[in-house]
Design a protein around this ligand. Structure first.
Ligand code: SAH
Length: 353
């Protein structure tokens, strides 16, 4: 089992499975139905303190307070887009770190994009989350609470979760798996695994291990280039794993889970957006079960990457479609409230409000 002790030496009860809470209660000499009640207070009623668990005796609440911590993220800032209602949240963690999450409304329901780490060490050239490196991994409770707090303040059910915010989920593997089990648990928020998506930069052993977990989660691969040469200029991880092996792992993931994949491709002007590259991309993923999600790159001020023009994007998309590939273009949500992936946190940390 993962070490669930927090920096004050208390155990992080929000990261525990129902079975683990049951074991804890047995060890404290409590009846087993108490574990179910506590789990329900934490993961369904979304209480913020042990005090609020009003069906428990005062003595038990006191005992819980002594032995356990109840992770609570603090909302540092909430920004609401005037364009599409998207909301971005900056959350404060107990150790003073700051993370960001995004809430988006779609016709099929509300979706939350969560961070899996504070910062990131993958070094993708176009991404703001990685500019200052990795600070630390998030615990499962800190991933859950991004969703719990957002559901509480919006008063609306979250039906989809994408692990696509700051961080590389396979660089924090055990906590992320624990999170996926907890968020889809039938006695918790019970979000269907089909409605969970995890995005990776392409860590081959991570993808293969994930295929064996028995989870029906959608996998998104950050591809961003049709060959290793271009990919290496954008993503340092491409020096560790060749595309051939990454795509073989993706195929294996599909075989094991039956889930179709998403291939994310951020279009950067003059870097990966010409028609030869579209052709090469089509060839590369022709035999994969999945579709391409084109993302016009969101320029960050630390780099001089520029978005591809409308025409180039349309031509790139057409060529893929003519080759029989399904393509979507990612709608830019919340454009007016702080850009992409890690940009809001970064500007907050730099005091550019
Ligand atoms: N580490 C994971 C998940 C986080 S990034 C991964 O690499 O997939 C989520 C997606 O946004 C990735 O596809 C990433 O490459 C992309 N992304 C990050 N910054 C971006 C930017 N400025 N413009 C466009 N896409 C970006």
């Amino acid at each position: 089992m993962l070490d669930l002790t927090d920096f004050k030496g208390r155990k992080d009860i929000k990261s525990m499975t129902l079975e683990e809470v049951s074991e804890e209660m047995a060890a404290l000499g409590e009846k087993s139905f108490r574990a179910k009640q506590i789990y329900d207070w934490i993961h369904v009623k979304l209480v913020e303190s042990f005090e609020d668990m009003s069906s428990l005796s005062k003595e038990l609440r006191q005992k819980l307070k002594e032995h356990y911590s109840l992770t609570n993220l603090r909302i540092v800032e909430e920004r609401v887009s005037q364009i599409d209602g998207t909301r971005k949240y900056l959350f404060g963690l107990e150790d003073g770190n700051i993370i960001e999450s995004v809430w988006m409304q779609y016709h099929h329901g509300n979706s939350v994009c969560i961070s899996s780490q504070v910062g990131c060490r993958m070094g993708c050239r176009f991404c703001a989350s990685t500019l200052d490196g990795l600070e630390r991994n998030l615990r499962a409770s800190e991933m859950l609470d991004q969703i719990y707090r957002i559901q509480s303040v919006t008063g609306q059910r979250v039906s989809n979760v994408v692990v696509m915010g700051s961080g590389e989920p396979f660089d924090n593997y055990d906590n992320v798996i624990r999170f996926l089990h907890l968020i889809s648990h039938e006695k918790g928020l019970n979000i269907s695994q089909r409605n969970l998506t995890l995005s990776t930069c392409g860590i081959v052993p991570g993808i293969r291990r994930f295929a064996e977990e028995g989870l029906g989660v959608t996998l998104a691969l950050s591809l961003h280039a049709p060959n290793d040469e271009v990919r290496r200029t954008l993503m340092p991880i491409a020096n560790s794993y060749q595309l051939k092996d990454v795509l073989e792992a993706c195929r294996y993931y599909h075989e094991k889970t039956g889930r179709r994949l998403t291939f994310e491709y951020s279009l950067v002007r003059g870097v990966n957006d010409n028609l030869d590259e579209a052709r090469a991309l089509a060839r590369l993923i022709r035999d994969q079960h999945g579709h391409v999600n084109l993302i016009p790159v969101n320029p960050i001020k630390e780099r001089d990457y520029v978005q591809s023009g409308q025409k180039a994007i349309a031509e790139f998309k057409n060529l893929l479609e003519k080759s029989g590939i399904n393509v979507t273009i990612r709608r830019e949500m919340g454009r007016d409230i702080g850009g992409a992936c890690g940009q809001l946190r970064k500007s907050y940390m730099e005091g550019e409000e």
